[in-house]
Every structure is written in structure tokens, then in C-alpha cells.
Design a protein around this ligand. Structure first.
Ligand code: ZN
Length: 201
């Protein structure tokens, strides 16, 4: 059985007025070694994500965060150990990537950040066409975010050093799906996302 290659893109120009940056589930339970469901590779993405956040904010690109946000008896806990219970330390975004005042937090109960959340109207209001997605877990909540965004007509742009998974297979699968199913851009590195200033129409 052949494993398909990913055709990485080195750089992509993104009109600042039509782009948003979505930081998926960079919460203590996933990123901190003391968390309930740690993804060991996630810590290595904090630096590239922080640098990307700084450049997005500088360019005036809206930054949005998702937080996995479960009740203590959430049905998802039949699949995974309890994690990101609403209001707990584990559900908070890691300090190194903390949202700034005024940045949108989307609290979600499933892998899909569009399900029963205000994400779609918020992106519509902003006029977003390009959605840069970073965070964890690559083949779970990041992939569902990319998929749901693409099915709504947005183009997902996903940098390799900005996402993490539990296995290399999972990471590879996520990028294959982003590229092949969702018209997305697998970016070789977050520094390849080039925000181009442009007056809002
Ligand atoms: Zn969850």
C-alpha cells in the first residue's frame, strides 16, 4: 500500500483583510505535561505559533481561539479520558499563547468548532476567506476545523510546525486530508504565511 506524499507549499500570500488565524485547543490539558490528555509534540509548536500570532496581530489579522469545553459527563469521555472540563485549569489556553483582550474564544463540545458555536457568523462578519489553522490535535480537532471551514467555502492553510499529533501517521493523514479533500494549503512552516496588507472593502 502506498503512502501518498504531501506536496508542501513554502509560502503563501494571504490578504490581511480576508484572513483569520484560528488557534485550536492549545489548552493545558493537551499541551502541558501535567494535563489530562497530553500531546507530547504540542509543546514544540508553541514557539512557531507564538511567532505567527505576533505577525498576525501586527498585520491586523483577527485571531480566534477554540477551547474544548466539556461537561463532566460528556459523551466524548467514552472515547477519551476526561479532559478540558469547563472552568478548570486544564481547559485554559496555555499562558504562552494567551488570548489578548478582544480576541474571540470559541468554546466547543465536539471536535467540530462550527457545531453549535458562533464561529460561522463571526467569520462571516469578518469577511474571512482564508483561515490559517494551528493547534492540536492535528487529525482530530484541527482536521475537523479545516474540514468544516472548507465545506463553508474557506481555504484552510495549515503550517506543519504549528500542529501536533500523537503519532507521525496521524500528522501525515491530517495533512493528506487537508490537501486532497479540502483544497487546503499544507505549509512547510508557519513563517511561510505572508500577511499582505490590504484595505478592507
Ligand atoms: Zn474533547
Amino acid at each position: 500500500m502506498d503512502v501518498p506524499q504531501i506536496r508542501w507549499t513554502d509560502g503563501v500570500k494571504l490578504p490581511a483583510a480576508r484572513t483569520a488565524l484560528l488557534v485550536v485547543d492549545m489548552q493545558n490539558d493537551f499541551v502541558d505535561p501535567r494535563g489530562a490528555l497530553p500531546v507530547p509534540a504540542a509543546a514544540g509548536t508553541v514557539g512557531p505559533i507564538a511567532a505567527l500570532l505576533a505577525r498576525a496581530r501586527e498585520a491586523g489579522v483577527p485571531v480566534l481561539y477554540t477551547q474544548d469545553w466539556h461537561l463532566p459527563d460528556d459523551p466524548e469521555f467514552r472515547i477519551w479520558p476526561p479532559h478540558c472540563v469547563a472552568g478548570t485549569w486544564g481547559a485554559e489556553v496555555v499562558d504562552a499563547l494567551a488570548p489578548q483582550p478582544g480576541e474571540t474564544r470559541i468554546r466547543k463540545t465536539t471536535y467540530d468548532p462550527f457545531f453549535r458555536t458562533p464561529l460561522e457568523p463571526v467569520l462571516d462578519e469578518l469577511g474571512v476567506e482564508e483561515l490559517v489553522i494551528v493547534g492540536t490535535v492535528a487529525n482530530i480537532c484541527v482536521l475537523h476545523a479545516a474540514a468544516s471551514a472548507a465545506l463553508r467555502g474557506l481555504r484552510p492553510v495549515v503550517p506543519r510546525d504549528g500542529v501536533s499529533a500523537l503519532t507521525k501517521f496521524d500528522l501525515h493523514l491530517a495533512f493528506h486530508q487537508v490537501a486532497s479533500l479540502y483544497r487546503g494549503v499544507p505549509l512547510a512552516g508557519a513563517d511561510g504565511a505572508r500577511f499582505v496588507p490590504q484595505a478592507r472593502a
